[in-house]
Design a protein around this ligand. Sequence first.
Ligand SMILES: Cc1cc2nc3c(=O)[nH]c(=O)nc-3n(C[C@H](O)[C@H](O)[C@H](O)COP(=O)(O)OP(=O)(O)OC[C@H]3O[C@@H](n4cnc5c(N)ncnc54)[C@H](O)[C@@H]3O)c2cc1C
Length: 322
Amino acid sequence: MSAQVFILAAHRAGQADESALELLAAAGALFPGCAPVALALGAPGEVAVVGAQLAASFPEVWIAGSPDLAYPNAELARPLLVQLLPPGARLLMAHDTFAMDLGPGLAVKLGAAYLPDLVGGAGAEGDTLLAVRHEYSGQVSAHVQADISLGVVVTVRSGAFKAAAGSPGAVLDKSAEAPGLRARRRFRELLQPEAGGVDITREEVLVSVGRGIGEQENLELVRELAEAMGAAVSCSRPIVDAKWLEKARQVGTSGQTVRPRVYLALGISGSFQHLGGLKGAPFLVAVNKNPKAPIFRAASVGVVADLLELVPALTARIKQGR
Ligand SMILES: Cc1cc2nc3c(=O)[nH]c(=O)nc-3n(C[C@H](O)[C@H](O)[C@H](O)COP(=O)(O)OP(=O)(O)OC[C@H]3O[C@@H](n4cnc5c(N)ncnc54)[C@H](O)[C@@H]3O)c2cc1C
């Protein structure tokens, strides 16, 4: 019998993250024919709710609830997973900061292979898994082969696999295996993004600006275009780091997750941390002066141009057309 496949489901405020369904798709691609078990760790009440949500798409769901697990803490999750997972288990997680913290140590404890940040892969053949990763900010693809005879811990990049529709199953409560968890690291405080004047998570059309804008005063060009389009302005992280726009407008893994219908990316290279905040497969138009910019791989339409020339021309054309 082949080793069992598990996905560790992320959740927040009683809501399973949609990355679980991307992991379901990844599990199907990497281990064809598998019936992955979804695992959810968290506070007892919350994890029961999340488990019920996951049971709509997974044939089997394991939940482990403990007050100590109310906030993700790799130091607590690691020994618990070592206890829960059967020998040779194949575990998939979304490639986020928690998984980056948890994954390497967990793989060592399990004696399993570790394959972080997968963007693709061929079905495993016996004990060999062939995976694809992007390196040098997505400029090259690396094809990596791993011996998974003792199991594997895989983290999967957000958006690399299209969410799959699963079939319903049952929830098994494994909370009894989570007593007396101890960690030297403790959760102190959850810092919510500051409430800004705009909620980019609810906008249908976003004009997003990146470091390619060059100077703070050039932001005015972007604001004018957004206004002409009836869109809101969002941005990549360097724009927030430079304090040119407020944190509430940052799209990405350490910013907001947005689901617009249309996303116009101006001078944004397309790092996975940025694209990780883009959900729901929007119509993505990328403007970049570098034809090799990774964002063009994700774009529905790509325009190789200097945004400082294109943006004012576009604004003028939209205003003319009214
Ligand atoms: C833990 C962690 C979390 C992170 N979280 C986030 C996050 O939430 N969101 C996020 O965005 N980033 C995040 N980052 C940063 C991320 O790795 C990238 O550094 C960042 O997304 C790059 O932003 P950018 O594309 O605006 O800048 P760059 O990568 O510098 O790209 C600028 C682009 O503009 C183009 N350009 C330059 N001039 C012009 C011009 N005149 N016209 C047209 N194009 C031009 C360039 O060709 C280039 O492609 C995170 C990083 C880490 C380590």
